[in-house]
Design a protein around this ligand. Sequence first.
Ligand code: A2P
Length: 339
Amino acid sequence: MSSKKTSFVVAVVGATGAVGREMLRTLEERKFPVSRLVALASKRSAGQVLPFAGSEVVVAELGPKSFEGVDVALFSAGASVAREYGPVAAKSGAVVIDNSSAWRMDPEVPLVVPEVNMAAAESRPKGIIANPNCSTIQMVVALKPLHDAARVKHIVVSTYQATSGKGHAAVEDLLAQAKDVLAGKDVTPSVFPGQIAFNVLSDWKAGDMDYSEEEWKMVHETRKIMGDDAIGVSPTTVRVPVVNGHSESVHVQFHRPMSAEEAKRLLKGADGVVLMDEPYAPGKMPTPAKASGTDPVYVGRVRDDIAVKGALNLWIVADNLKKGAALNAVQIAEKLFVR
Ligand code: A2P
């Protein structure tokens, strides 16, 4: 990376996908200084035209020569594409920021949330930086100011994850299923392993000890990002029939007691956080519908735990395609290249 450059060649791998499209929108919205945008996807989408910055870009098929002259490559095309082409892009001189799970737990790859551990991005021996899992990002943004004050000991988290986190086709599946249910027909799932419309699912890949892979991501990634292997995480991840926006119920215990009052003080104005601290009233709390299309991590329902003294309960909501994916990746690029 030349420190003199003021605009950059940016590649988006998976540009036609749910996160890839959001990456294009985010680069445009935040006026990232793009001298040339290279939109890449599979052979299926080659030639497709996508809107970008008041103009259009033509999607090209991803290949070994795709990264010539590219300064930063934002990947969101799944783990196998990232495993194969991440090193190709890095070798040709691009800084790779990958949204898949492929590189996240590699000790030579920093796993970065700018509000929490931006300094980690400075050491990237493979030329690759990993963007964490969407559920982990919003949780650590909210917990970081509390962790700095009282050191998090144990987190019990249940997620309510939107269909967009599984990609564009998953949202289409939800909408088609909803139409079928409303028409009184049986649903025929195309992406989910069963009915998601008017239902909730656990659709993740199985992992060790009867926890899903998604649940293990929250365990390992939280520890790596927070730089604290002693943090205990007890996760349950659930898919809900929401188009976009992840919600989380989080119970958190600390190494010293923390009150809801202190937590609210710490969260007010914290980097990336919007605290919604009105007293509980029906309808007055963060919702995915309101968070969708916006940047912040919304924290509401900050309560002293009733049973465990000095512990807290929080409700955390964010746009999983933005802060949970595209925005986080673009923010990393901004910190490295622009400011
Ligand atoms: P394509 O649209 O050509 O299939 P989503 O997460 O919404 O499902 O999107 C996945 C993204 O990753 C899409 O842009 C998709 O492109 C891209 N992708 C999937 N497989 C490949 C591949 N083998 N090579 C390049 N891009 C891929």
